[in-house]
Every structure is written in structure tokens, then in C-alpha cells.
Design a protein around this ligand. Sequence first.
Ligand code: NDP
Length: 490
Amino acid sequence: MAITKKQSAELARQAFEYAPAPEAIDHVKIQPRYGLFIGGRMVEAHSKKHFPTINPATEKTLSQVVDADEVDVDRAVKAAGKAFDSWARLSPSRRSRYLFRISRLLQERSRELAVVETMDGGKPIKESRDVDIPLSAAHFFYYAGWADKLEWAFPNRKPSPLGVAGQVIPWNFPLLMLAWKIAPALAAGNTVVLKPAETTPLSAMVFAEICMQAELPPGVVNIVTGAGKTGSLLVSHPGVKKVAFTGSTEVGKLIQRAIAGSGKRVTLELGGKAANIVFEDAPLDQAVEGIVNGIYFNQGHVCCAGSRLLVQESIAEPLLEKLKRRLSTLRLGDPLDKNTDIGAINSRAQLEKIQGLVDSGIEEGAELYQPDCVLPERGFWFPPSLFTNVSQSYRIAREEIFGPVLSVLTFRTPNEAVEKANNTPYGLSAGVWTDKGSRILWMAERLRAGVVWANTFNRFDPTSPFGGYKESGFGREGGVHGLLPYVNLN
Ligand code: NDP
């Protein structure tokens, strides 16, 4: 017997009770204290200073890591400089083998890495297990394939490595950003010093163990932990020839100023405020899933998140109804539970930033919708949220919230959609939902965004270049394009 529309709405509203399904953590050994990975081994820091890294879902301390100082950074850059000559001269197929080996070890230790990533960062285990870790391994695998084919990557040119790369990464995809940075650098014959983010250093410490397991020559990869100061020491070190940074636009600008005139090569992957655009001919149920994936994946801590929904006016009502219903089925809670959709916010500071922007949205006149949702008592949490009645001038429509908060705007014509989508200082990504192929191409030509997804969102692949326009930064990571920032072409 067919069910009525009302019955189906009622069914969708019911949250099914799931039994707890926690991922086991007893196979993971997080050390109480870490040193720095310099010259192929873990060493004591000169700074003698440590700080705690906590689990944002429980606020419990997981480990103590080093706050590296100037001497520590200098040692790491010198170790990378010393390793450079032999690494750059090593036969490309041998370099390739090391990268394959790292990729394989990432796969072998994937369960452990997924748990560490989830405990240190707060993301749901199903995301670290199914997205972060497999993609990290795929990145090394992909660039392993390029290491001995650089002359084919740049036909009729002679590519040569630059030297030591200083790489600074954020906390939203700790291991994946490490892979995006280290794999192409090594494939092209450079050596690296990497600084992970203050709140998520642990997967980089496991990666240091993997480098030792892979018997990577000492000094080819070095990892120094610390806060922003350590990052600034690294990028301004005279021994660093190439800077790669992913993080906020504000810090990206600071870095650019700090290294101006030094001759260092630089790529910056910064913030975003992507438009996810739904036309009236789009398959609505599929679009709802894409919108949810676009903004609630990884608690919205995603630079290319679809944080502005642009929906054609004629379908705004049914689409929003479906979306709200879907929001009420999202499960927020223990990130280690395999059924969890929304994990913990990465840090107290980030939670305060999200709350501040949400408050500004309410003050400016937008209407907030949040499904009924019980937040755990400890830890940092924010329910999946959406704003309607949003004007383009509101802060929630202009600034990167970097949390599970969607701002909904409407449009009538394709031209208006393009105008609104491009009305932002950022230009990292966009999404288009429509039944018409020609409209996808028409939109993609006009959207000022590094990536335009069609009838999908937040899809990543190592073969595909990623990067921004305008204040979202410059340079590309991924694909053949991702090799270019790491070579001189003669
Ligand atoms: P940051 O840009 O401050 O952090 C990114 C990385 O840069 C971290 O490793 C950080 O160290 C380091 N860093 C900080 N200051 C300097 C400096 N002067 N020189 C060199 N490196 C530095 O981002 P936050 O973590 O503070 O997040 C703030 C906001 O940035 C978020 O709310 C979000 O809007 C945005 N963001 C955007 C990201 C993106 O991918 N587009 C990623 C992360 C944040 P440490 O963390 O140890 O202090």
C-alpha cells in the first residue's frame, strides 16, 4: 500500500534508534609525549617546551607535543638542506619506490590513523576512515607514479627540484593536507620541513613513524610541531626555498608579507565562501544530499564548503522543507561512533568563532533553523544550522564561518545566480545542480572559482588540481599542476 505524503514526512521525522557502534581504540598507541622528527629520528627539542593536544569531543589530554623554537626550526631546515643533494640526485625510480612504500604503509596503518585523526580533531570516524586516510594514501600513490616521469609532465623542459620546502598546514584535514604537501614535493626531488596545526599534530607524529618504517633517507621529511610562531619561523627561514601554506586568508597575507622580496616560491590555499547553486530542474532529493555533504561534512570545517546555498526561487519552499527534514536525521555525537554524522568542533576557539558569527546573523535579521538536537555535556559542539532570510550584506553571507552553518539565498535567473555567487572576495569552489548539461557548462564558464562541481559536491581526487581565485589564494595542488610549484623549468 502506498504511503501518503504526510505519512512519509512523519517517517522521515522519526530518528531511528541505533545501538552504539564505537570504533575500537585499543590497537592505537598514542605516546604521552612526542619529540620532533628531525634528520630521520625523533629528537628532544631545544625549546624544552611542550603543550597538550586534546580530544575536542571529551576535552581530555591525549598527549604533549613540542612547541618548537628558532633553534629547533633551524635544525630541521638544516637537516632537510643536508638531505637535499642526495635525494635530488637519487634515481627517480628509487624516489618513486619510497613514495609507493609510504602509500602502502598508510594503507596498512589506516585503522590506527583514522582513530588518531578522529580523536585529535573531532571528525566522525566514518569520514576519517572513508575519506581522509584513503585519500592521503592515494595522494602518495599518485605522485609516486610521477616521480620517474617528470620529463613527461613538462614536455621539452628540464624540470629540477627547488630545495627545501617549508610547509604549514591547518587542522581540518591534518593527514590529508600533509599528503597534499609532502607527496608532490618529494616526487619532484625536494626535501621538506612540515609544521602541523597546534590542535591536530598527532597524525603527523604517526606519519613520522611511517617515514622511519619506510626507511626514507634521514632528513628528507622533517616535522616540527608548535603554534603560529613556529610556522612563521619556518616560512621565513633563509634555507627554505619554497613555502606552501593552507589556512586562513589572514595568515596567508601575513606570510606573503613576511617573505616578500626573498625570492622564495609560494603557494597559498586559503579560505572560501562557496555557492552551491540549485536550479529548478535539479533532482531535489539528490541536491539535498549534496547540500548536506557540502556544508555539514567535517562539521563545515572545509575551505571549499558549500556555505552559501543559492536556490532558484520557484523551488525554494519544497527544497527547504526537504532540507530541514534531512537535518533532523543527522546524528551528532561521539565521533568514534560509526553512525555519527556530525562530530565535535575542533577547538573552543573555533566554537566561539562560529557562535559569534551565528549571533551576528540573528542580530542582522536572518532566521535561524536548528533541528532538535541534544549536545553532549563535555567537549565542543554545534548543531547543524541553517539561516534563511539572509541578505548578501550580512556577515554570515560574506565571512567564512568554518562551521556547520548554511546561509540560504535565492535567485530568479541564471545571470543573477552567477552575480550572487561571484559576489565574494573568495573563489575556491562552487556547485551547480541542474538537469541540463549546457547550463552546467554555461555556469562553469562564468563562476570565478577554482573548482566547480556539477550535481555533486566535495569530491576530491589526487589527479585533479585544486586551488583558488582572488583571496582564496594561488597555485594548484593535485594533478600534474601540483608538481609545478615544486620544480624549476629550464
Ligand atoms: P590559521 O591560518 O591561523 O592556521 C593555519 C596554520 O598556520 C596553522 O598551522 C597555524 O599554526 C599556522 N600559522 C598561524 N600563524 C602563522 C604565521 N604567522 N606564520 C606561519 N604560520 C602560521 O588558521 P586558524 O587555525 O587560526 O583558523 C582561523 C580561521 O581560518 C578559521 O576559523 C577558518 O575560517 C580559517 N581556516 C581556513 C582553512 C582553509 O583551509 N581554508 C583552514 C584552517 C582555518 P597553529 O594552528 O599551530 O597556530
